[in-house]
Design a protein around this ligand. Structure first.
Ligand SMILES: Nc1ncnc2c1ncn2[C@@H]1O[C@H](COP(=O)(O)OP(=O)(O)OP(=O)(O)O)[C@@H](O)[C@H]1O
Ligand SMILES: [Mg+2]
Length: 341
């Protein structure tokens, strides 16, 4: 089955062609980061308008790259939520219109299920069951995964998502959006041990997270550096390192707890923050000690992309699922409400 996947939940237009027999044939992405950078975050109306502009040229591009024609496509998959409603509607309308015109089915995909399944596109995919850590711009969740659509939420952030904390901490130090890659780069030149940030909610049982206090801690530390006339370039690097270490260690402690509680030694990490090298190294060390394994997608499939939507949609289409003609998207959508396949 050849599936055309469209991703438009936020600020990336992603398009991909996935073949159930041959794997990923082509994928293309247009990132709107430059468009939103001047505002320090995503402006929803501008995001929607840009998806409209980019979608058809990107579809043309992946078809050409894969040497395929419209008549070869067996089905469409599009992100139906969670995300920005206006942005989601662009992908949903486009997919439904093409499906209607081509006489093929279309399926709406849950964006976080897409992230969660992205490591399945790699050469050594994880096998069910496993624990998944979803760490993106809008989510921080620990999930027990027994199969596609068999999700049990173990814990989540009570306030900021991990990626959001990276972005806000970067912004308060005058760094560019998105902040995660900026902080990761600066942290490489940070002075270990100069600042000691807390590891929130690790001193009590449970698998929930809270990252908003770390951002406040970073703000106070930054202000102290400014007030005392410190070298601000070095202060940025040192705060970046201390902040990143705090996030990474906190995530690692909770992942270890979730694995022990579930009796599993297989961990999947997904979402933009799973591209973070320090996080991967920490988790690999921890899983090594547990004689287990950590799985993740190649960096460009950690952040938003069309390939994960084409893959997840293909699995659901193969199981016989598809939408009717009404175009429905959801800003909020609990992943546990998805049907199993
Ligand atoms: N190397 C990195 N280290 C830390 N954070 C990173 C890195 N690369 C990207 N990020 C963060 O990942 C986030 C973007 O990831 P993603 O595209 O998965 O999120 P999103 O789509 O905005 O949110 P959601 O998927 O929850 O709707 C941003 O917050 C960004 O700062
Ligand atoms: Mg995302």
């Amino acid at each position: 089955m050849l599936v055309l996947g469209l991703e438009t939940s936020c600020d990336e237009t992603g398009v991909a062609l996935y073949d159930s027999e041959r794997g990923l044939l082509a994928d293309a992405l247009f990132s709107q980061i430059d468009l939103h950078r001047v505002y320090g975050g995503v402006v929803p109306e501008l995001a929607s308008r840009d998806h409209v502009k980019r979608m058809l040229p990107l579809i043309r591009q992946v078809l050409d790259e894969a040497g395929k024609q419209a008549s070869d496509i067996d089905a469409l998959a599009y992100t139906a939520g969670p995300g920005l409603v206006g942005a989601l509607l662009v992908g949903a309308s486009c997919a439904q219109a093409l499906a209607f015109a081509w006489g093929v089915p279309a399926v709406g995909v849950h964006h976080m299920e897409g992230h969660l399944l992205a490591p399945m596109l790699e050469e050594q995919p994880p096998a069910f069951p496993f624990v998944a850590l979803l760490v993106s711009g809008g989510h921080t969740q620990l999930v027990r995964v027994d199969g596609i659509g068999q999700y049990q939420l173990l814990g989540e952030s009570l306030d900021d998502a991990a990626g959001e904390a990276f972005d806000k901490t970067a912004k308060l130090m005058g760094l560019n959006y998105p902040g995660g890659p900026e902080i990761a780069k600066l942290a490489e030149q940070g002075t270990p041990g100069r600042f000691a940030f807390p590891r929130p909610m690790t001193d009590r049982p449970g698998l929930d997270f809270s990252f908003s206090g770390l951002k406040t801690f970073a703000l106070n530390t930054w202000q102290q550096c400014r007030d005392s006339g410190d070298d601000l370039d070095q202060a940025r690097r040192d705060i970046a390192l201390a902040f990143q270490q705090a996030v990474v260690e906190t995530l690692t402690i909770k992942c270890k707890r979730a694995l022990k509680q579930s009796g599993l030694n297989s961990l999947v990490i997904a979402g933009g923050v799973s591209a973070n090298k320090a996080l991967r190294e920490h988790l690999e060390r921890m899983l090594g000690e547990m004689k287990g394994k950590v799985f993740y997608a190649r960096p460009r499939f950690c952040t938003d992309n069309g390939a994960m939507i084409a893959y997840a949609g293909c699995q659901r289409l193969l199981a016989g699922q598809h939408e009717d003609l009404a175009i429905k998207v959801q800003a909020r959508w609990p992943m546990e409400s998805l049907p199993a396949i």
